[in-house]
Design a protein around this ligand. Structure first.
Ligand SMILES: C[S@@+](CC[C@H](N)C(=O)[O-])C[C@H]1O[C@@H](n2cnc3c(N)ncnc32)[C@H](O)[C@@H]1O
Length: 193
């Protein structure tokens, strides 16, 4: 048996919690790898809403979907994920974040703790019971540690009665390796009922 690597484990969690026909969110579209992965997972009757604040990322994601003929399965939105609830209000089965900067682009355009937390809050309200929000937390770049600490502080204080929070991290790797935070909703939140 081999321990699953971080990106492999993130995909495993999403695969286990998302079913065909469901609606999901890629909160950080970037080059579109996760949007494409999610579009394949939800099948032809499901849908992916993807967010990014950079036009280049939106274009790259749309192009990647087109190359696979899956552009109809996703809506790629040029806006911050903190505004997620402006775009739809139905139930979602899951969401994924890859925090940090877009590889190959401006390293100063990064996700930030405050807006990441706003997005998680919005998504938690939309999330189905047994759905999951998976965050891959990169923290080696400038600004990464502040975001990491803000997000960890927020998720560590989420009420255990309604959500379970997992951290999956290799402890002996050098150079600030990424780690996963997975938030599973186990019960409707009080403000939903
Ligand atoms: C690490 S990259 C994502 C990589 C992507 N998952 C992929 O498959 O290529 C992080 C992305 O988050 C985007 N971003 C930064 N702040 C954001 C925000 N508030 N809302 C949505 N996207 C944001 C950046 O523009 C960048 O493209």
């Amino acid at each position: 048996m081999k321990l699953q690597r971080v990106l492999q484990y993130a995909k495993f969690l999403l695969t286990e919690s998302i079913e065909k026909g469901e609606v999901v969110v890629d909160a950080t579209a970037g080059n579109g790898h996760d949007t494409l992965f999610l579009a394949e997972l939800v099948g032809e009757n499901g849908h992916v809403y993807s967010f990014d604040i950079q036009q280049d990322a939106v274009n790259a994601t749309i192009n990647r979907l087109k190359e696979s003929g899956l552009e109809n399965r996703a809506t790629v939105i040029l806006d911050g994920h903190q505004h997620v609830t402006k775009y739809f209000s139905g139930e979602i089965a899951g969401a994924v974040f890859n925090l940090g900067y877009l590889p190959g682009a401006n390293h100063e355009i990064i996700t930030k703790g405050e807006t990441t937390i706003q997005a998680i809050e919005g998504l938690l309200n939309l999330l189905k019971v047994n759905g999951m929000i998976v965050l891959v937390i990169y923290h080696g770049h400038e600004g990464g540690k502040a975001e990491r600490d803000a997000v960890l502080n927020y998720v560590s204080n989420l009420p255990q009665k309604y959500v379970q929070v997992l951290k999956y991290e290799f402890l002996n790797q050098k150079n600030d390796p990424p780690f996963i935070v997975a938030i599973e909703k186990t019960k409707k939140l009080p403000k939903e009922s």
